[in-house]
Design a protein around this ligand. Structure first.
Ligand code: ADP
Ligand code: MG
Length: 872
């Protein structure tokens, strides 16, 4: 930092504060502005698009500076937080009017992406995550939503699980407890756009949060949560009353899906647009409240695995489906519910205003309605929920008596408290009202006494009440009664002793009444605090009802059925299942339902069929049915028997993973590796077109070997789709492999997809037909047909993978071998397309032509010539 100019005392102060917050943009309060200096100024000016100026403009080394007005700082701060920055708010701690020398200043709060409650979107949680490394690759992980007070912790066994957690929590900030470094973690933060923050070991406030962490027995989890709460205390510089008692959870409590699986299955957003529209969340979201929407998302991210828990939700949904009117009543009641979780949070921060308390009151008013509906549903499970629906009538009463329905947002201008709530306040108000009446009367009598019709009594902040007489009328005034106060160009202002006396009374009453109103309001707000736990429980119960009604509403609208859960018997039987999202988009009548049946012994379902016929849709359909069932919803099928799965892995092709800089094929192999290594007997694996990203034989060999491996090592349920129809012969060798295919028929040389899954293998690839559908030039298509014929003849029969094919690139152990048959040696996928029967001459020409020397027209002509010759 520049040292040349002697620092002023103010800059000394600035530096001493900035030093403590090196990773923040320091908003340094100077009068009505927050000022930023040096690098902070450069960065903020750029991000906020505000003017960069400088302090000591004429000095040799002017200080870069920019500022934002104090009253509109909120928006600027929000923008910076959205950019993933941290902002330290440094306030003046003394009133400059009464201070000699430097005003004391200090940071009162640090706003960060993970803690800034104003940032949170209504329908999403904003989690701050903390991580503490344990032995090997395991970690203790804790998270908190500052707005709602949710606080949880767990242990995870690998960086992959950290990724999975962080992605489902939509983490924006991650606190490294104990300030460690990890390359893998940094990569993850970069990938998910998470701001890494650190908490030094000495900043951990040991033992300060024992009450909140009472239920945490696991020591590591205790420590990571202690770190998380210390970070919160360090940045927010106040204590919160709304933080919920920390609870411990384990990955095994939920169906595990890694980040890739959740993304591939488009649970909460689509791969292509990253939007809700088109996701499972979009399909399911008929919630009426923000709390419900947030809970729904949490349920989708964490499907259950315990049969009783799952069936409890199914029971509740079923009862709502059977009781239409009760469901409609719930929906109506939910419409009058406000965001309780957030209101309780605001009460804890001390930022709740009168409107928030009114919303709380209106919400409480609905509770008896919810309770009555729960009663009329007459089901033990509803009784359980009802016990959490606390109406808290005394709190309702209190707000009802105290807070005026028309209270303003501001807490300093009065009109918050109702008449009759507090005697003294009523007295002040009377004095004010009487005083004003009295002044109006005085104006009247003064006018009559002086005969000046334009005489008026007014008020301003500097002089208080005064009598104003225009210059023209001055002569009519009896000077002895009036004391001159102020001279204007065309009028004089006066006061009289009696006006002064009344003024003192009125002003005192006004000032005291607003102060008293504020105090009374804060007292009510403090009282709300004492109900925090009950209100949070109520909020959770209402949110649960909202999600359940949403499930029920969707189940009715899309004719979903209650699944039967088979725990011990791992057979799977979904009759006429549908992909919920695809069906919703294309309409019920266009979607062809498909069944899936796998006996306990069936492990691998090999799905063949042409491109675009519906293989991927079919596989996702199963995964989504499993997830729907395990979050407690019904499933799109006419009947469904589904075992409980504990993990889902996917390998579903998508675009290159540009952010992480890996090729599609590399990603494909990494996902495959994860799935094969981590799958257990209760896992579901989806392999969609494995090996497509590499050369044909290479890919086919890999696909074959993967199936062999699954057969040998796993008993999980595996869906394996492939366009290599040669693989279907494997059912002869592997008794746990079953072939199905997506039907297509050829009509007048055109292929028609039936989107219907049928028993047995597909007999043809139909690739060229799909190319035709896509409208490729007919000469090209003819050419392809020719090549295909040649290839098929050359290899005498279909290339069978039963044979030990001499595959160039991949050294794969091929499991079964019998006789050896000549298979054409191929170097790469494209090669044979050209070399088999093409005119060598043309090839040479293409090789030797100097592309850069050609005009586009010449190039076209060349191509035309070659084409004619080749067709020749
Ligand atoms: P594949 O994986 O075999 O190439 P997809 O599963 O991607 O095929 O399906 C291609 C398209 O076919 C989908 O986008 C969808 O429009 C349609 N489709 C798939 N399955 C069905 C079905 N069961 N009913 C109607 N249309 C379907
Ligand atoms: Mg596909």
């Amino acid at each position: 930092m520049p040292q040349k100019t002697k620092r002023t005392p103010m800059m000394e102060q600035y530096f001493s504060i900035k030093e403590q917050y090196p990773d923040c943009l320091l908003f340094y309060r100077l009068g009505d502005f927050y000022e930023l200096f040096y690098d902070d100024a450069l960065e903020a000016a750029r991000l906020l698009e505000i003017t960069l100026t400088s302090r000591n403009k004429n000095a040799e080394d002017p200080i870069p500076m920019c500022g934002v007005p104090h009253h509109s700082a909120k928006e600027y701060i929000r923008t910076l937080i959205e950019y993933g920055k941290k902002v330290a708010i440094c306030e003046q701690l003394e009133d400059p009017k009464f201070t000699k020398g430097m005003v004391k200043r200090d940071v009162v709060q640090v706003l960060t992406p993970g803690t800034y409650t104003e940032y949170s979107q209504q329908h999403a949680n904003n989690y701050l995550v903390a991580l503490k490394p344990l032995a090997q690759d395991s970690y203790a992980l804790g998270y908190v939503d500052v707005a709602t007070g949710e606080l949880k912790g767990t242990c995870v066994q690998s960086m992959e699980e950290v990724r999975s957690e962080c992605s489902s929590l939509k983490t924006r900030e991650l606190v490294k407890v104990g300030d460690f470094s990890s390359e893998a973690l940094e990569e993850m933060c970069l990938y998910f756009d998470i701001l890494p923050s650190t908490l030094a070991t000495e900043d951990i406030q040991k033992g300060s949060f024992d009450a909140l962490l009472e239920d945490i027995e696991q020591e590591d989890v205790y420590e990571v949560l202690e770190g998380l709460l210390s970070y919160l205390a360090k940045t927010q510089k106040k204590s919160f009353t709304h933080l919920q008692k920390a609870s411990y959870y384990e990955r095994d409590f939920y169906l595990f899906m890694n980040y890739e699986a959740k993304r591939n299955l488009e649970l909460t957003s689509t791969i292509r647009t990253q939007q809700k529209q088109g996701s499972l969340y979009w399909f399911l979201d008929e919630t009426q409240t923000a709390m419900g929407a947030r809970l729904l998302k949490q349920w989708i991210e964490k499907p259950l695995v315990l049969q009783t828990d799952i069936e409890e939700r199914h029971d509740l949904v079923e009862s709502l489906t059977q009781h239409y009117f009760e469901r409609i009543d719930f929906i109506e009641a939910l419409k009058g519910v406000y965001d309780l979780e957030r209101i309780v949070g605001k009460v804890s921060f001390g930022t709740a205003n009168a409107r928030d308390l009114l919303q709380l009151k209106q919400t409480l008013a609905k509770v008896p309605v919810f309770r009555a509906i729960a009663d009329s549903l007459n089901h033990p499970k509803w009784q359980k929920l009802k016990q959490q629906l606390h109406a808290i009538p005394e709190l309702y009463e209190r707000i009802e008596r105290a807070i005026d329905e028309d209270a303003p947002v501001s807490l300093s201008d009065g009109n918050i408290i109702k008449k009759g709530y507090h005697e003294k306040l009523d007295l002040y108000r009377e004095t004010m009202a009487h005083g004003k009446e009295w002044i109006a009367q005085l104006q009247q009598t003064e006018r009559e006494a002086t005969g000046i019709k334009s005489l008026k009594i007014s008020y301003n902040k500097v002089f208080g009440y005064y009598i104003e007489v225009t210059k023209a009328n001055l002569s009519q005034l009896d000077d002895s009664r009036y004391e001159r106060k102020q001279t204007l160009s065309n009028a004089e202002r006066f006061i009289t002793p009696e006006l002064k006396e009344k003024e003192a009374l009125i002003l005192e009453a006004e000032e005291k009444s607003s102060l008293l109103e504020y105090e009374l309001f804060v007292a009510v707000r403090e009282e709300v605090k004492t109900y925090t736990e009950q209100l949070q429980e109520l909020a959770k119960a209402v949110a649960t009802i909202d999600v359940l009604q949403s499930f029920s509403t969707v189940s009715e609208a899309y004719q979903l059925t209650r699944p039967t859960i088979s725990l011990m018997d791992r057979s799977l039987e979904i009759i006429d299942g549908r992909h919920p999202v695809v069906e919703k988009v294309m309409g019920r009548s266009s979607y062809v339902p498909n069944s899936i049946q796998m006996s306990p012994e069936d492990h691998i379902l090999l799905i063949t069929g042409p491109n675009m016929s519906g293989k991927s849709t079919y596989m996702r359909q199963l995964a989504l049915c499993v997830i729907l069932s395990q979050i407690g919803c019904f499933v799109p099928a006419t009947s469904a028997k589904i075992p409980i799965f504990t993990k889902i892995f996917t390998r579903i092709g998508a675009a290159d993973d540009l952010i992480s800089g890996q090729s599609t094929f590399m990603v494909e192999m990494m996902e495959t590796n994860t799935a094969l290594r981590q799958a257990d007997p209760t896992s579901l694996l989806l392999f969609d077109e494995i090996g497509r990203g590499t050369a044909t034989y290479d890919g086919m060999a890999l696909a074959h070997a993967i199936i062999g491996y699954i057969h040998e090592h796993l008993t999980a349920k595996v869906l394996f789709s492939t366009h290599y129809h040669e693989l279907t012969a494997l059912s002869d060798t592997y008794e746990d492999l079953k072939n199905v295919h997506v039907g297509a028929i050829e009509k007048d040389g055109e292929v028609v997809f039936l989107h219907k899954i049928m028993e047995g293998p597909a007999d043809k690839s139909y690739g060229i037909h799909v190319a035709k559908l896509a409208g490729l030039p007919s000469s090209l298509l003819n050419h392809a047909e020719n090549i295909l014929t040649i290839l098929e003849t050359n290899s005498q029969a279909n290339i069978s993978l039963q044979e030990d094919a001499p595959v160039e690139k991949a050294e794969v152990e091929i499991v079964e071998t019998s006789a050896t048959v000549e298979v054409p040696r191929v170097e790469s996928e494209q090669l044979d397309l050209f070399t088999s029967n093409l005119d060598q001459e043309v090839l040479e020409e293409i090789k030797s032509v100097r592309v850069m020397n050609l005009t586009p027209l010449q190039a076209l002509q060349f191509i035309d010539q070659w084409q004619t010759r080749l067709k020749g």
